[in-house]
Ligand binder design. Structure first.
Ligand SMILES: *Cc1c(COP(=O)(O)O)cnc(C)c1O
Length: 386
């Protein structure tokens, strides 16, 4: 069933908006404004302008010749989100939402961040668009990610450490939502992944769908046909849903999401409501969200976007896990064979491609979404390999 047949914000049983009435009102208004502008030709033109002139799109779909030969199977193409300004796909969504914020008359942008990557992307765009920027970050996370805190401050943002609760991402989200309810008249909450209550998952998909809009055009130009599979890593699910979007209706294309085996939300999760929406969640025996762990900070989240939950339930997309060892191996293999150092998050997708490609024929095609570059991870990998 196509998601167009569901109520707005629902993907089968997943999604929705389970929030207090005062927040519901703010989010309903946001949904209405998003609907109003998303297909507006002027809005679209401005979004594409900044993607080209600031982000550096379209980025290439690179044929990974050496990796293909090494695997001796399917032809492997890499969608190069790592080449975007700020080094990952997150900026696509940030540009889209900030343009919507401007249309809505907001002067102030707030965001949550865990490892700091979404905070940095948001602070970057706020600097360029002259927006006042406040980033909420768990106090624990500000200590572990001191360099990203400095980056955000360098870009002119105010970073607010949140010590309530466990001082982690969830507490930062709660604080940001509280701020939004207080200040919604001049403030826009810029959410970083395809998660949260409606309209965020729909909105984030809309702005990340540029990934598959481009890759589909590029693969048709290069190969004259669609790929056999598209592979992406899954944290909250934004790069994956963007990489899948334009292939969902193409039944012949396999859609494959890859998770860390210690944050296997889609592989082992059960339906539950967290952070204001329903999705597959990893729960402990008492029914509380289970703490997750990933060597890739961007994949460390106990929930998952509602549309991925639906794609998993219906079988349209497949989700697999890889181990830390496989991820570290993939990180090094891509660096050595292609001269491309992938983010640890993206290395999950590469790791699964390394398993899948050898089982396929030489005339088959794989697209791996390289969600980000690995410069940020080099020191961590150095410590782990030592
Ligand atoms: C944040 C991040 C991710 C995970 O987020 P998604 O919303 O699942 O895409 C993946 N890769 C990189 C490089 C990231 O920065």
């Amino acid at each position: 069933m196509s998601t167009a047949e569901f109520e707005p914000g629902y993907f089968g049983q997943f999604g929705g908006s389970f929030v207090p009435p005062e927040l519901k009102e703010v989010l309903d208004y946001l949904a209405e404004q998003f609907e109003k502008y998303k297909d507006d030709p002027e809005f679209k033109q401005e979004y594409l302008y900044y993607l080209k002139e600031y982000v550096g799109r379209e980025n290439p779909l690179t044929y990974a010749r050496n990796l293909t030969e090494k695997c001796n199977g399917a032809k492997i193409y890499l969608k190069r989100e790592d080449l975007n300004h700020t080094g990952a796909h997150k900026i696509n969504n940030v540009i889209g939402q900030i343009l919507l914020a401007k249309r809505m008359g907001a002067k102030r942008v707030i965001a949550e961040t865990g490892a700091g990557q979404h905070g940095v992307a948001t602070a970057t765009a706020c600097a360029m668009f002259g927006m006042d920027c406040t980033i909420y970050m768990g106090a624990e996370d500000t200590k572990r990610q001191a360099l990203n805190v400095f980056r955000m401050e360098l870009l002119g943002a105010k970073v607010v450490p949140v010590s309530k609760g466990q001082g982690r991402l969830k507490d930062a989200v709660d604080e940001a939502l509280g701020d939004l309810v207080q200040n919604y008249r001049n403030t826009f909450y810029l959410l970083g992944s395809a998660v949260g209550p409606h309209p965020f998952p729909t909105m984030v998909k809309h702005f990340q769908a540029i990934i598959s809009e481009e890759s589909k055009r590029q693969i048709l130009e290069k190969e004259g046909r669609l790929p056999d599979a598209v592979i992406a890593c899954v944290g909250g699910g934004s790069n994956a849903i963007g990489a899948f979007a334009h292939y969902i209706e193409e039944a012949c294309v396999r859609l494959i999401g890859v998770e860390p085996d210690q944050a296997a939300t889609l592989t082992k999760g059960v339906p539950a409501v967290i952070h204001g929406f329903k999705c597959l969640v990893l729960l402990d025996e008492e029914g509380n969200p289970q703490p997750t762990y990933s060597i890739a900070a961007g994949l460390d989240y106990p929930g998952i976007g509602p549309e991925h939950s639906y794609l998993k339930e219906t079988g349209r997309a497949e989700y697999y896990t890889v181990t830390n060892e496989e991820v570290l191996e993939a990180f090094q293999i891509l660096s050595k064979t292609e001269g491309i150092i992938p983010a640890l998050e993206s290395s999950h997708a590469v790791a699964y491609a390394l398993k899948l490609a050898p089982t396929m024929n030489r005339d088959q095609i794989l697209i791996v979404n390289l969600s980000g570059r690995g410069d940020k991870d080099v020191e961590q990998v150095f410590q782990m390999l030592k």
